[in-house]
Design a protein around this ligand. Structure first.
Ligand code: 4NP
Length: 154
């Protein structure tokens, strides 16, 4: 199974989701059965590592995001991945507009699919440190629920 997380810049929310899910998959012994990646709808940060505030907040909870590099969503992602999960509804709208006719991936809003207290992961980029903690709280919770779905599918 292949899963792609998508946000706007691919330096805050979706790299966090990639790192959190990868660690949960490793702990569940499923790391070799599921490919996890992330991408942004925008191209501003392509090739760069995640935002330093994102890396710091994630590392404090045991997730090392330092090896990740930002990429932009590409048409071939819609056939490579089984599930593409958007962090907010604007990302989902952009993905629907980019989706080629040949797309096989299922598109969904990450939190709505996974019984979270909110429907969207708020963009922390222009806010304070609390925003990065909220991103981690929401993503850790939703990844636990996603892991249950994955276990039923692989
Ligand atoms: P992300 O956050 O979509 O969670 O990676 C953002 C990162 C950068 C920008 C916006 C959102 N930006 O405008 O550069």
């Amino acid at each position: 199974m292949r899963i792609l997380f998508v946000c706007l810049g691919n330096i805050c929310r979706s790299p966090t989701a990639e790192g959190v899910l990868r660690q949960q998959l490793e702990r569940a012994g499923l790391a070799d059965r599921v490919e996890v990646a992330s991408a942004g709808t925008g191209d501003w940060h392509v090739g760069k590592g995640p935002d330093s505030r994102t890396c710091r907040a994630a590392l404090a909870r045991g997730y090392d995001l330092s090896k990740q590099r930002a990429q932009q969503v590409k048409p071939e992602h819609f056939t490579r991945y089984d599930l593409i999960l958007a962090m907010d509804s604007s990302n989902l709208q952009d993905l629907k507009a980019l989706r080629p006719g040949t797309a096989s991936a299922e598109l969904d809003l990450f939190l709505r699919r996974n019984d979270a207290p909110l429907d969207e992961v708020p963009d922390p980029y222009y806010g304070g440190a609390d925003g990065f903690e909220q991103v981690l709280d929401l993503i850790e919770g939703a990844c636990q629920s996603l892991l249950v779905e994955i276990k039923g599918r692989v």
